[in-house]
Design a protein around this ligand. Structure first.
Ligand SMILES: [Zn+2]
Ligand SMILES: [Zn+2]
Length: 92
């Protein structure tokens, strides 16, 4: 194989740890692997794979923010405003 590793599910290049994707995730992005084999629910809602499901993680974080008195939608709104303003991303 030459060039960038491509995900066999979505066809896009695998930029984050391609070796791990080839070894562990059958040549897919970890998220593609999750949706292909592990996510046994509507793709737009959390499944029961509490360790691996991004929706589960997001919903837990939202619940925690509410518990702390912070509105998750306000946090996202702030992030969007910041992104629009200076083009920054959480990962830099
Ligand atoms: Zn993929
Ligand atoms: Zn899931």
């Amino acid at each position: 194989m030459s060039g960038a590793t491509k995900c066999i599910r979505c066809g896009r290049s695998i930029d984050v740890d391609p070796a791990l994707s080839v070894d562990l995730f059958e040549g897919m992005h970890w998220l593609c692997f999750h949706f292909e084999f592990e996510h046994d629910a509507d793709p737009d809602v959390a499944c029961n794979d509490i360790a691996g499901c991004p929706w589960w993680t997001i919903s837990y974080l939202k619940d925690k923010l509410r518990e702390l008195g912070v509105d998750p939608e306000a946090v996202i709104g702030e992030a969007i405003s910041r992104k629009v303003r200076d083009g920054s991303t959480p990962s830099g």
